[in-house]
Design a protein around this ligand. Structure first.
Ligand code: COA
Length: 172
């Protein structure tokens, strides 16, 4: 059975290799999550070390899903640092390894960080996701409101322009 864990910065160290594997698997599987192909597991390390720093500063919430002893999924909420947005968070990097999809892990991950964000007073959450991606179809199932599309916002990992769809959700 899968379990969901909120991580401290220290907790990330022991899960670093698995987190690198999850990110590389998603990018190589065609997800537009900030990186281009070819993407090696080693390329992911620098990214996760940045995340670890941000978690240590209290600027980011991170949750992971563990299945059969491995970290197979993750999601983050960046806590807006602007003085006029103490109640806002940015949901980011919902990633589930292809070997663990369809098990309901993304729903559990989202629930965990939404509850934690609300506990920290972050009552309005926003996200953007690649237009036409599987993820775009999933967020409305989790109660997120679709705002609209910005065309040509980013590139697909294999190249070519990709629009982004904006969503928000009130929590707490
Ligand atoms: C998007 C992603 C995280 C979904 O992860 P997952 O753990 O397989 O999703 P779940 O099993 O929790 O399914 C979530 C819900 O979406 C539904 N769903 C799953 N795949 C779907 C699809 N292709 N189209 C529509 N709905 C889908 C499920 O039935 C489930 O709904 P329910 O809880 O109401 O029954 C995963 O596909 C992924 O990592 N994609 C690549 C990375 C990415 O694009 N991330 C988004 C960045 S913004």
């Amino acid at each position: 059975m899968a379990t969901i864990h909120l991580l401290s910065a220290e907790d990330i160290t022991s899960r670093l290799d698995d987190l690198c594997g999850v990110l590389a698997d998603c990018v190589n599987g065609g997800a537009s999550v900030g990186f281009m192909q070819p993407f090696a597991v080693d390329d992911a390390r620098a990214y996760w070390l940045q995340v670890q720093k941000s978690v240590g500063l209290g600027h980011t919430i991170i949750a992971v899903a563990e299945h059969e002893g491995k970290t197979v999924g993750t999601v983050q909420v960046g806590l807006a640092q602007k003085p006029n947005q103490p109640h806002r968070g940015d949901l980011m990097k919902l990633l589930v390894h292809r070997s663990a999809r369809g098990l309901g892990l993304s729903r559990k991950l989202m629930e965990a960080v939404e509850v934690e964000a609300a506990r920290l007073g972050r009552t309005i959450l926003v996200l953007d996701t690649a237009t036409g991606s599987e993820a775009e179809a999933i967020y409305p199932r989790f109660g997120w409101e679709r705002v609209g599309v910005i065309p040509d916002y980013a590139l697909w990992p294999q190249g070519g322009f990709c629009g982004t769809t904006l969503f928000y959700k009130r929590v707490g």
